[in-house]
Design a binder for this molecule. Structure first.
Ligand SMILES: [Zn+2]
Length: 84
């Protein structure tokens, strides 16, 4: 698992830190996600649907990116990844 307090920003290719909205469009969640190679993405998320905190890694090959909550099973769409 990646240490989020020790990210090597010289190597980061993409990073995003944003609010996530629930069904009612309220910003009840958030996600921090980054990637060193644009294939493996590490994330820390507060699920906007159930409020659980979790972290993990995902492999994305195409946009849009979705992160699945392991607790409630709902997907959050990551609108855009900000280039560092
Ligand atoms: Zn959830």
């Amino acid at each position: 698992m990646v240490d989020f307090s020790n990210i090597d920003y010289n190597r980061v290719q993409y990073v995003t830190n944003r609010k996530l909205k629930n069904k009612e469009k309220e910003e009840t969640g958030s996600i921090m996600m980054f990637s060193y190679d644009r294939e493996t993405f590490y994330f820390k998320m507060k699920c906007p649907f159930c409020g659980s905190n979790q972290e993990g890694e995902e492999h994305f090959t195409r946009k849009p990116y979705y992160v699945l909550c392991k607790n409630c099973g709902k997907k959050s769409r990551i609108e855009k990844l900000n280039k560092k």
